[in-house]
Design a protein around this ligand. Structure first.
Ligand SMILES: [Zn+2]
Length: 112
């Protein structure tokens, strides 16, 4: 099993940046219920939920990839089943991508 891990707390800054939110905590912890616009808050929460799913997907993809120790080339699950060698340099020293837990990192996002 591979897991993609996302933490709302650890990735608050990334989420704020992505969704253009000034303060994520303001959405999650509503103190002044009477003066809050609940329809906006609901919408924001759905956006955050969607982004978290995308982030978990990205992390999971990384958890499934195999990395060549020699040249740092990473390749997907399907490719790694076909061969025991790096498709780029032919080295057999591979870091298998299965059975590991990968925490989301902004740098692993395919968008960047
Ligand atoms: Zn290689």
């Amino acid at each position: 099993m591979s897991f993609g891990v996302v933490s709302l707390k650890d990735h608050a800054e990334y989420i704020e940046k992505k969704l253009n939110l000034p303060r994520l905590r303001a959405v999650c912890e509503i103190k002044d219920g009477k003066n809050s616009d609940w329809s906006v808050i609901k919408e924001r929460k759905q956006e955050i939920g969607g982004l978290l799913l995308k982030m978990a997907d990205t992390a999971l993809y990384r958890a499934k990839t195999t990395c060549c120790i020699a040249c740092n080339y990473t390749f997907g699950e399907k490719e790694s089943f076909k061969t025991d060698k790096c498709p780029r340099c032919g080295n057999g020293n591979l870091l298998r991508g299965r059975d590991k837990i990968m925490v989301f990192s902004e740098n692993s996002s395919p968008e960047t």
